[in-house]
Each structure stands twice: as structure tokens, then as C-alpha cells.
Design a protein around this ligand. Sequence first.
Ligand code: HEC
Length: 269
Amino acid sequence: MARRPQHPGDGFVEAIDDRTLIAIAEEQPELSEGRIHGEVVQAPIFEAPGQTRVGRFGWKDQHSSLLSFIGDAYLNEMGITNRLRPTDVTTVLKTTNDPEDQPDDLGLADIDHFAQFIRGTMVPPRDTALAATPAAIRGGELFRRVGCSVCHVESITTAPAGTVIDGGMFTVLEALGNKVIHPFGDFLLHDIGTGDGIVQVGPQDTANKLRTAPLWGLRTKPRFMHDLRSLSLENAISRHEGEAHEPARRFKELSPEEREALITFLNTL
Ligand code: HEC
């Protein structure tokens, strides 16, 4: 069973304007001699039926609003029906009435509180001491030079506070608006040769694409890639093929010291 992506900082990711993600995708061919072009998919917003927004959560970018993502997870991961996902996947041994997630005295259901909680989390912190070392600084330069940063985008600015998003159901808060975040990801789908053949909200050609894993918080993870098959960062990098073939090849051609510096940089994230 695949690990779920981690969620700290996702409130900032939700606050990224669609146009910002589309612009990142449009720049990629130019930055990569035409080899890299992230795919933007439209994901439904359950709380605003009939409306969509650029997907950014989940392995396949199948969600664009945190509330939808959470409503889906409550049902699919925990079997808790809620107003956005009112129908059980299985009713074996079921004794409760739907939806199980009912509003409290404030009129907020569990999914609303959970969305508020995630929107209140800070982004994963850097290891600033390690990041200040010469090796890490050199590694960061190499990360950009070999082209990792075309997909693992270092900095993205969120939409201004007051911007209405999620199909009119959420307004970007002061604390989330116009902030420069450092996700080291583009939240777009790419074929780097690790695809699983699964299509979710995107067209058929997304079957073997996956969302670029944002690298913030990387140093807290014991295993890598969506299938958790990589036990080391070197192995994760060596599995980058397809759209990421060139950067992975250039990494392989670095000197041992340079490769080590790049890994040191990754360990600051
Ligand atoms: C074409 C876009 C692209 C480029 C270029 C790229 N990556 Fe990735 N990277 C991805 C995608 C997509 C994934 C997720 C793949 C998966 O889970 O199967 C990923 C996953 C990773 C992971 C695993 C993260 C985790 O949380 O499991 C690491 C580490 C990583 N990349 C490092 C690098 C480095 C270092 C470079 C440069 C040598 C690089 N990547 C270049 C798209 C890219």
C-alpha cells in the first residue's frame, strides 16, 4: 500500500492560483529543450458541484480543494461518510446512519475542522544549520544546474489574501495570501517512468504520470517514491527516466563529491 503524501503546508498549496501552476507548465519546455512539460488536470470541487480547479493534491492531482481531498479521505481511508461523500463504499456490518460526520454546535463537521487544521499548519521547516554549510550550498547550485528544479520548483507565490478560490467556497486568508513558499515541486503530472497505469480525473494519457513529489520535508521520510521502493535518495534519483532522463543522467555524470553535495542539499529539505 502506497504512503499518503504528507500534509503540512497544504493550506499554502491550496492558495496557489490556477494560473500560477499553468504558467509553470508552460515554461517547462523552454527550460528543458522541449523534454519536460508538466500536465495540468482539472479536478472537481465537491463542495461546489459542477466546478473544477487545477488539481494539486493526491498522486494524480485528483483534488484541488483541501475540503474535497479530506471528504474523500474520510470516506475512502476511514469509511466515514460526510456531506461531500455521503455514500459508503461497502455497507457490510454497517449500523450507523449517513452521513456519519455530522455538524457540531458551531455548524462545522469534522471535515471542516480538519480542513481548518491543515490550513493552519506551517510549511515543513528546513534544516537551516545544514543548509548553511558549503556542501549544501554547492549541492543546491548543482540541483539547479542539472535541471532538477525544472520540476522540483523551488519557490511559488500564493494568491493574494482575499482571492476567492475553490469554486467560491473559500477565500484566501491573510496568513496564507501572497506568501513565497518553497515546496520544491510543481504540483504537475509527469511521466518519469514510474507510472502505475491508473487514471483518475485526468485524460487517458495521465495513466503513467505522477505528481512531482514536493521535496519539502524530504529529510523526515525513510523511503521514497510513490511505491516506497526507494530506500536511498540515490536510488530515487536513478529511477527518474522519461521526462526526467536528462537531469538524472547529468546527476550520474557528476563527480562523487558533487553527487554527495547534492544529496547533502536534499537532506536540508
Ligand atoms: C520531469 C520532472 C522531474 C525532474 C526533472 C526531476 N524529478 Fe524528482 N520527481 C518527479 C516525480 C514525478 C516524482 C515522483 C515519482 C514517484 O513517486 O514515482 C519525483 C520524486 C523525487 C524524489 C522522491 C521524493 C519522495 O518524497 O518520495 C526525489 C528525492 C527526487 N525526485 C529528486 C530529484 C532530483 C535530485 C532530480 C534531479 C537530478 C529530480 N528529482 C528531477 C519529477 C521530476
